[in-house]
Design a protein around this ligand. Structure first.
Ligand code: IVH
Length: 679
């Protein structure tokens, strides 16, 4: 407040609330804030302070009232003003077409358009506003009576406590409360650290969070809402279609999903469904289908309801990504760093469109925490490209015959002891590179895309070379001769020549690729590039002191210690020398050259898979030319390089108007600089 000028408290309160509502809507509903978080927090802090001094002026719709209501001891039943129907399901395109025919038959013509929406996998709620103020919030319950969870729903920032603009006298709106996938991961991480029960999926986490006894817990859970249906509107404008209603709700400050679209016919619906399924994992929240609604409200009236569901809508369900099956056994895998990881051997089951027989269990603690036992029926999840995992046991189906599992004391591959240092989550095999399993994994990492990127040298080939004693360490790859391989089944002149050529090409990889390939603990792509830029050769890095390494910006003491540990091991030094002897380039050339500085000031983001080069090498190529590669698209991004199967970054770039280029144009850009973006 300006000294000298006395602003009446009431005016200042209203001004503050108005500003907070405005910025809250920009932030939580539109995802487009216009002030910093700190400025927003300062407004809230001031409002709280003023309200504390004048408790008599606190109103139920004040932004400070999201938390603070007394915890309810029980959720009271709350009858819905109008019944919340559920939806009939379509499991394939045929079901969808039959529904379309029924609609046409009943209307005696084609409907005027279909509204298509993502089917959000969360918890259905109903919100009642009177005079623009949120009065009640309830679960769906049996559709007629729900549970009163008003105090909890008030804590969700994307639910307005008060509507914007000119609200109707009464509004009842329905939506799905959900937990974004990243918030779910964070929550489960926190639960695990605290030794608490894990939530099996974001939907359960959302449902559990909304039904907490203490609204402060709900408030801490990062929940969101997408609203998709108006139940009651009294004293509002005349609306003719569902899509018009959704626009109206949006104007009132209600959060409506931007993926909603109206299409003219069933073919349009099918295209929407195909696209939604393809982009299913790019939303950041879980969807389990598409809801299709006849758009015209007049048509909806003609169609009416069956006993359980509207005839004017249908839910197209995606194939499920979770299934239950029998856990036959738990075994362990030894990785390239010696990490011993338990995995589940399952009765094969079709989930997420593929048959799954093995699934990860992450680590020993996870098996404990999830209380998974051999012989359990378990929930298995496979979503997109993600490795299938065992989510949880179905405890209610236990017979008592199930067996608890414990980590073996000795490595099943080499017989050496398995140890788990205090305070670490990972158990390790102590066999070093005498462990065949570990050596195989390391070699396949060494030759893999993130490392030396040796084409034609996959897992199978490495197994062949190892079992025939042709290689014992990564350096041996570079002294392989064609005659060593000729004659093995499937290895003719052409395939052998291809492999030989690929090995030769890999001798010349940048130092950073070699550093990643060596598998030094804590040295991934980013750190490897920092190390390569500073030391320029492997011998220089091997001789560097811990202080010199830790002195690099972006490299901490843990990494420095780990690099030193690696360099002090005589076996590793011997390997470094052997690689050099066998013709592997262990130093980067000086940075000058025709391309130096070509991409100065350019920032790119890479999404999807590139055909001709690994992500690592693409990044190196940009950085060698003075450019930058970042992981998320912003207004400062010069271009998005989009490979096969781009993720959500593509939509983000399109939204921000950032140029999107394909791999061919990217290669042109590496040759000619940013000029390649034009024309
Ligand atoms: S409309 C009368 N739209 O799916 C129409 N429902 O299987 C009522 N859901 O109980 C529902 N996303 O919890 C509708 N865009 C969407 C939805 C959606 C998720 C849920 C909702 C409903 C269930 C029906």
């Amino acid at each position: 407040m300006t000294p000298g000028r006395q602003v009446p408290v009431q005016d200042r309160l209203e001004e503050l609330r108005e500003q907070i509502r405005f910025h809250g809507h920009r932030y939580h509903v539109l995802d487009d804030p216009v002030v910093s978080d700190a400025e927003y927090d300062a407004l809230i802090a001031e409002l709280r302070a003023v309200e504390e001094e004048h408790p008599e002026l606190v109103t139920p719709d004040s932004p400070t009232q999201r938390v603070g209501a007394p915890p309810s001891s029980m959720f009271a039943p709350l009858p819905h003003r109008r019944r919340l129907f559920s939806l009939d399901n379509a499991h394939d395109v045929d079901d969808l077409r039959s529904w379309g025919r029924r609609v046409e038959r009943q209307l005696e013509r084609e409907p005027e358009g279909f509204s298509c929406e993502l089917k959000i996998d969360g918890l259905a709620v109903s919100l009642v506003y009177e005079g623009g103020v949120l009065l009640q919030g309830a679960t769906r319950g049996d559709g007629r009576v729900g549970e009163d969870i008003t105090v909890n729903l008030r804590t969700i920032e994307s639910i307005p406590l008060r509507l914007r603009g000119k609200p109707p006298e009464v509004l009842e709106v329905r939506g799905e409360v959900y937990m974004p996938e990243d918030a779910f991961e964070t929550l489960n991480h926190r639960q695990a650290e605290a030794g608490l029960r894990l939530f099996s999926n974001p939907r359960n986490a959302a449902a559990g969070s909304v039904r907490m006894k203490d609204p402060a817990v709900t408030a801490s859970r990062a929940l969101h809402i997408w609203c998709y249906q108006a139940g009651v509107i009294e004293g509002g404008p005349k609306l003719r279609s569902h899509s018009e209603t959704m626009e109206y709700l949006k104007d009132l400050g209600i959060r409506v999903n931007p993926e909603n679209a109206v299409v003219p016919d069933l073919e349009g619906v099918e295209r929407y469904v195909a696209r939604a399924e393809q982009r299913r994992h790019a939303n950041g929240y879980q969807t389990d289908g598409v809801v299709v609604k006849v758009d015209s409200l007049g048509d909806q009236d003609v169609l009416g309801f069956t006993s359980a569901a509207p005839r004017w809508a249908i839910a197209f369900k995606f194939p499920p990504e979770e299934q239950t099956t029998l856990l036959r056994d738990i075994q362990v895998n030894v990785g390239r760093t010696g990490a011993v990881t338990p995995f589940a051997v399952l009765e094969p089951v079709v989930v997420g469109g593929a048959t799954v027989g093995l699934a990860t269990l992450h680590n020993e603690d996870m098996v404990r925490l999830k209380d998974v036992r051999i012989g359990d029926r378990v929930l298995v999840r496979r979503a997109g490209d993600v490795i299938p995992e065992v989510v949880a046991p179905v405890v209610s189906l236990r017979t008592g015959e199930e067996r608890e599992w414990s980590m073996p004391t000795h490595c099943p591959s080499c017989g050496n002891p398995i140890v788990r240092p205090d305070g670490e989550a990972v158990a390790r095999c102590t066999g070093g590179l005498t462990c065949p399993s570990r050596l195989r994994e390391w070699l396949s990492h060494f030759a893999g895309r993130g490392g030396m990127d040796i084409e034609h040298l996959g897992y199978k080939t490495i197994e062949l070379l190892l079992s025939n004693g042709l290689i014992k360490d990564p350096a041996d790859i570079f002294t392989l001769r064609a005659e060593d391989l000729l004659g093995f089944e499937g290895w003719g002149e052409v395939s052998v020549a291809n492999l030989m050529r690929a090995i030769d090409a890999a001798r010349d990889r940048p130092l950073a690729s070699l550093l990643v390939a060596l598998g030094i603990r804590h040295v991934g792509g980013t750190v490897a590039r920092l190390l390569a830029r500073r030391f320029r050769s492997l011998p220089a890095l091997v001789d560097a002191s811990e202080g010199e390494i830790a002195g690099i910006e972006g490299v901490g003491p843990t990494i420095a210690r780990s690099v030193r540990d690696w360099a002090e091991d005589p076996e590793n030094r011997a390997l470094a020398e052997k690689l050099e002897r066998n013709g592997v380039r262990v130093a980067d050339p000086a940075p000058e050259g025709e391309h130096a500085g070509l991409l100065e000031g350019v920032t790119v983001v890479i999404t999807g898979t590139l055909e001709g080069m690994s992500r690592e090498r693409a990044q190196l190529a940009v950085e060698e030319r003075g450019g930058k590669v970042t992981s998320s698209v912003s207004k400062k991004t010069t271009a998005l390089i989009s490979g096969e199967n781009p993720g959500s970054k593509l939509a983000k770039a399109e939204q921000l108007g950032v140029p999107v280029i394909d791999e061919a144009r990217f290669e042109l850009m590496l040759e000619r600089g940013p000029a390649a973006l034009e024309g």
